[in-house]
Design a protein around this ligand. Structure first.
Ligand SMILES: NC(=O)c1ccc[n+]([C@@H]2O[C@H](COP(=O)([O-])OP(=O)(O)OC[C@H]3O[C@@H](n4cnc5c(N)ncnc54)[C@H](OP(=O)(O)O)[C@@H]3O)[C@@H](O)[C@H]2O)c1
Length: 316
């Protein structure tokens, strides 16, 4: 039996993405075969397709390569010694990070340790949106040791990582400030954050005495936000390309500052899915594209203006 997958045959514009028919794979020992319902699209997929960043450098001799790290779907076959899941179980995972990828596939074999059961009350859409972005948000908030009463500034609170980071910081009882365009002010205020319109004036003209900066934008925007910080503030800067610049400047100013690379954890995904199941976390999905429309999905992420997440429907 055949299935479809999306590959990067060469680096370039979104149009290089190609659909190919392949044989449905057979799980090896310790793996399960997942029928993928939804895959999410992350900025790293888009940058890698364009030949930018470390994931592209690592995979340049490995093309054609199937991108994507976030899946939700159903277990349909267990390999030998794979015992965690029953056939038809609903699962999600942050798979193959950083080199194997493979989420943009209708069927994919995955080590069972990379998967997490999805509670009945959580949709497969929300489950696919969470792994990479949700864990980046959770790990950034943990690394910054956000605690009750901290004044936390999150740059780009409306994005895939940002909207989860805002909610986790609020759940920790921090006072949360976040930057966004005018179009997202109401959305972020509804989540409970103080939303600052960066199109009107930079954050540094509107805010001071910030204890924690979670930077999801990088570059000059992050450098400006350093002016909002109080003595002893902690900075976590997420975009890898500008992390050395932002960390150097922050440390020069006397703040503690670190970059970060998200580290997949099936256990942490379980916690995030639990938070969704009890209503502590709301996953925002801007649009679900059919698998055939993956070029448009990549173009949407390239706008830099996505609210929440973009998904691929892998079965239509
Ligand atoms: N190091 C890691 O492990 C790691 C992991 C995940 C992500 N990342 C990186 O982190 C960054 C964020 O990822 P993401 O998935 O959240 O991206 P995303 O979903 O594509 O972010 C889009 C959001 O960015 C906002 N935005 C754009 N320019 C802004 C600005 N100048 N100020 C404030 N908000 C702005 C937009 O809001 P408006 O429309 O309101 O402008 C939009 O909602 C990306 O660079 C990504 O590559 C790194």
């Amino acid at each position: 039996m055949k299935c479809k997958q999306i590959v990067i045959p060469e680096f370039g514009e979104p149009e290089v993405l190609a659909l190919q028919d392949v044989k449905i794979p057979t799980p090896n020992e310790g793996e399960v075969l997942v029928k993928v319902a939804f895959a999410s699209v992350n900025p790293i997929d888009v940058k890698t397709r364009a030949g930018l960043g470390w994931a592209a450098a690592e995979n340049k001799d490995n093309l054609p390569w199937v991108p994507g790290y976030d899946i939700s779907g159903h277990v349909i076959e267990n390999g030998q010694k794979a015992t965690r899941f029953a056939i038809k179980d609903k699962v999600a995972g942050f798979i193959g990070f950083p080199l194997r990828g493979g989420a943009y596939s209708q069927y994919v074999c995955v080590p069972e340790s990379e998967l997490t059961p999805v509670p009945n009350s959580v949709t497969l859409e929300a489950a696919a949106a969470l792994p990479l972005a949700g864990q980046t948000a959770a790990q950034a908030i943990n690394k910054a040791e956000v605690k009750e009463g901290d004044r936390v500034l999150i740059l780009a609170g409306a994005g895939g990582v940002g909207h989860i980071a805002v909610q986790i910081a609020l759940a920790a009882k921090a006072e949360v400030y976040t930057t966004c365009s005018e179009a997202n002010l109401d959305y972020l205020a509804t989540l409970g954050a103080h939303a600052i319109n960066y199109q009107f004036s930079p954050a540094s003209e509107r805010l001071s005495d910030v204890d924690v900066l979670i930077d999801l934008v990088g570059g000059d925007v992050a450098l400006d936000a350093l002016k909002c910080l109080s003595d002893g503030a902690r900075v976590i800067t997420i975009p890898t390309m500008s992390a050395p610049l932002v960390c150097d400047k922050a440390q020069l100013l006397g703040f503690s500052a670190e970059g970060m690379l998200v580290d997949p954890s099936a256990k942490q995904l379980e916690t995030l899915l639990y938070m969704v199941s009890v209503g502590l976390l709301k996953v925002e999905i801007q649009k679900i594209f059919a698998l055939d429309d993956v070029v448009d999905a990549h173009r949407q992420i390239e706008t830099g203006r996505t609210r929440g997440k973009v998904l691929l429907d892998m079965q239509c």
